[in-house]
Ligand binder design. Structure first.
Ligand code: NAD
Length: 437
């Protein structure tokens, strides 16, 4: 199959590389000239484990290329995927679909007959209908079908997720489009990944409903963590206890500083906007969004309370800035709200992140960036673990205790125990766990 991917970001680039690895011929297009120039030189514009090798192998095999020229890249394609960004529209929380519609217009002008245009971006219900209308208006005589194929990969584990998905969702009621999509995903189907064919609208909704459900699970365990702190329970035991029930499942039950990232915050908001438009309130999701926003701000108060003194001009060390490990993505990371809260109290933040500092720098102009974890701890009033990178899981806690001005460790990801921290001479605060003081 000849596939063109419009948008070569976290989703487009990974999907394009994986499709070429299946044996398809793929062109990844982006209007960002710098991104394409880097890719053409073999340099990855994002950090994603395993991606550089996969791209290099498939470029070498002649199955994968990169281009700024959308028109010539879509001309002979069997399928054109739209994988452009759909951020929150400034001010109102609706998904900004301007990139999707702009791509649709460009595709319609240049694509040939018998092509399926597949929306991979996360888009509100009905967007496929509008994309189809745009294409019909510009190219009324061409045989083009519009399908929805939402993406469920997670940054940091994107290649594994793409190649071994729990399910593939394809929204189309058109037999020709269905056949092309089946052929594209055949290698995964042979691998026993279930393909779920639905209507286009159901496929669009499945993506938002999945993300809203996962955000709900995270928020639920975070609130249980607060209750554990109040009553003297341990949220990790509670999570294990409820997660062992197959009806609940153990994933997404890790208490922490609140969900963030490039998807959950914007997708929950966009889903609420859709619900509003159709006069069908989603009270559960509304509460999740509110609780998560409050939690992100509460994390700064938690740190300040644990330190318990005036922080004006005092140093706090932070480990981890990205919204989760193994990515460089800083979009809506909980660290941003936490740092804002600490800086509002007058603290000076020193931080280290293994991959996120390039993206973090412009977002955090007052933060002092260090090049390793121990410098972050030096003469600080507290060390706060915000993202659970593997590199932070085996720190020399004794050394940390010696470097800190006050030996205080706030572990917002529960990667250490109070016992081991105490042994190293640190006062420890986790999330939702009993604290001996
Ligand atoms: P991204 O910002 O990393 O990438 C989008 C790319 O599209 C950018 O490189 C941009 O330059 C390019 N682009 C925009 N308009 C274009 C146009 N007209 N022509 C060519 N290129 C264009 O975004 P992302 O994280 O890859 O997300 C893409 C979509 O996938 C979003 O809808 C997102 O919600 C969804 N999604 C993301 C993830 C994730 O983990 N990042 C997971 C599942 C779904």
């Amino acid at each position: 199959m000849r596939i063109t991917m419009i948008g070569s970001g976290y989703v487009g680039l990974v999907s394009g590389a994986c499709f070429s690895d299946f044996g398809h011929n793929v062109i990844c297009v982006d209007h960002d000239q710098e991104k394409i120039a880097l890719l053409q030189k073999g340099v990855m514009p994002i950090y994603e484990p395993g991606l550089a090798d996969m791209v290099a192998n498939n470029v070498k095999a002649g199955r994968l290329s990169f281009s700024n020229d959308l028109a010539s890249s879509v001309k002979d394609a069997d399928a054109v995927f739209i994988a452009v960004g759909t951020p929150s529209r400034r001010g109102d929380g609706h998904a900004d679909l301007s990139y999707v519609f702009a791509a649709a217009k460009e595709i319609a002008a240049s694509v040939s007959d018998n092509t399926v245009v597949v929306d991979k971006s996360t888009v509100p219900v009905g967007t496929g209908d509008e994309v189809e209308r745009i294409i019909r208006e510009i190219a009324p005589d061409k045989k083009i079908w519009v399908a929805s194929n939402p993406e469920f990969l997670r940054e940091g584990a994107a290649i594994g997720d793409f190649k071994r998905p729990d399910r593939i969702v394809i929204g189309t009621e058109n037999p020709e489009a269905r056949e092309i999509m089946q052929e594209i995903y055949r290698p995964l189907y042979l691998n026993q990944s279930p393909i779920l064919f639905t209507s286009r609208r159901s496929a669009e909704l499945i993506k938002y409903a999945s993300n809203a459900f996962l955000a709900t699970k995270i928020t639920f365990i975070n609130e249980m963590a607060d209750l554990c702190e109040a009553v003297g329970g341990d949220v990790q035991d509670v999570a294990r206890g409820i997660g062992a029930d197959n009806r609940i499942g153990s994933k997404f039950l890790h208490a922490g500083p609140g969900y963030g990232g490039s998807c959950f915050p914007k997708d929950t908001l966009a889903l609420l906007k859709t619900a509003e438009n159709f006069a069908t309130p989603l009270r559960v999701v509304e509460s999740v969004v509110t609780a998560n926003n409050i939690r992100k701000r509460a994390m700064a108060r938690k740190v300040l309370q644990a330190i318990g003194k005036d922080m004006r001009g005092q140093k706090i060390g932070l480990l981890g800035l990205t919204f989760k490990p193994n990515t460089d993505d800083m979009r809506d990371a909980p660290s941003l709200a936490l740092i804002q809260g600490l800086e509002d109290a007058g603290a000076i933040i020193h931080a280290y992140d293994p991959e996120g500092m390039v993206q973090a720098r412009p977002l955090l102009p007052n933060v002092v960036f260090e090049d390793e974890p121990y410098k972050v701890a030096e003469k600080a009033e507290a060390l706060v673990i915000v993202t659970e990178w593997d590199a932070f899981r085996a720190l020399d806690l004794k050394r940390i205790a010696g470097l800190l001005k006050t030996p205080l460790l706030l572990d917002l990801r529960n990667i250490y125990t109070e016992e081991e921290a105490k042994k190293a001479g640190l006062v420890y605060h986790g999330i939702g766990r009993p604290h001996a003081g």
